[in-house]
Design a protein around this ligand. Structure first.
Ligand code: NAP
Length: 231
């Protein structure tokens, strides 16, 4: 396994959930951290980590994060939102906003990372997709579409960057217990009868696993499901 000590990571969506757990795990591995999220203070404070509050959809925000972090060689492209609903009542403005966060902003971060890493001939881009990046589920088609979009870009970037020492990984979790479902009337754990969903730490461990592979190994896709999640 390759040591991560001394490397520098930007993690988007690091103020809660999977991003926060990944920040803790990478901090333990000796990685310097630049974290971002919308709220003024992250859910977990990490000594030594830089936290930059801001909205990924604000023009120039992602560019300034990269400009502030020239030494960055890991990007965890994780910020995301989830909007579901039936044909008759899904909030179309919320869907449009989700596309801006999950696709437009995530694409910008992915390309900025790819450019930086290609120039430096070193780096690892981790994109947060979902089990719904390759499947669809009733009422979650729009969200699923945003994650299919991330899968497509990840695979195309991986192909384009072959031979440059830049790695691209897509992480595809099933249900994880985070704030993502906080507005749901019925939590998906109950809806789909999942006794024990994933915890953010389970996904963080998978991200560390991908990052710690030796130079000749790229984990291109990694799907992680609760043992009792059918999909
Ligand atoms: N939880 C699951 O079941 C699950 C499953 C598969 C994939 N995923 C993916 O995993 C990623 C992380 O989600 P999570 O489950 O950890 O949910 P979460 O706890 O709600 O975390 C989402 C993070 O994204 C940030 N964020 C959202 N909109 C933003 C914006 N416009 N600008 C900047 N930051 C923004 C949030 O910041 P603030 O809260 O500070 O605004 C927060 O830090 C997402 O891409 C999600 O699609 C989650």
């Amino acid at each position: 396994m390759a040591s991560l000590a001394g490397r520098t990571a930007i993690i988007t969506g690091a103020s809660s959930g999977i991003g926060a757990a990944t920040a803790v795990a990478l901090s333990h591995a000796g990685v310097r951290l630049v974290l971002t999220g919308r709220r003024a203070q992250p859910a977990i404070e990490i000594p030594g980590a830089v936290y930059v509050a801001g909205d990924m959809t604000t023009p120039g925000f992602a560019d300034s994060l990269f400009a502030q972090t020239p030494e960055c060689d890991i990007v965890v492209n994780n910020a995301g939102v989830l909007v579901v609903g039936e044909v008759d009542d899904i909030d179309l403005d919320a869907v449009a906003h989700m596309v801006r966060v999950n696709v437009e902003s995530a694409y910008r971060v992915a390309y900025l990372a790819a450019r930086r890493f290609k120039e430096n001939r070193r780096g690892h881009l981790i994109n947060l997709s979902s089990v719904l990046g390759s499947k669809v589920r009733l009422t979650a088609g729009a969200y699923s579409g945003t994650k299919h979009a991330i899968e497509a870009l990840s695979e195309a970037l991986r192909q384009e960057l072959v031979g440059t020492r830049v790695k691209v990984t897509c992480i595809e979790p099933g249900l994880v217990m985070t704030e993502l479902h906080r507005d749901f009337a019925v939590h998906p754990r109950d809806q789909f009868e999942i006794r024990q969903a994933l915890e953010p730490n389970d996904v963080a461990r998978a991200i560390v696993f991908a990052l710690e592979q030796p130079d000749h190994v790229n984990v291109a896709r990694l799907m992680l499901l609760a043992a009792d999640q059918a999909i």
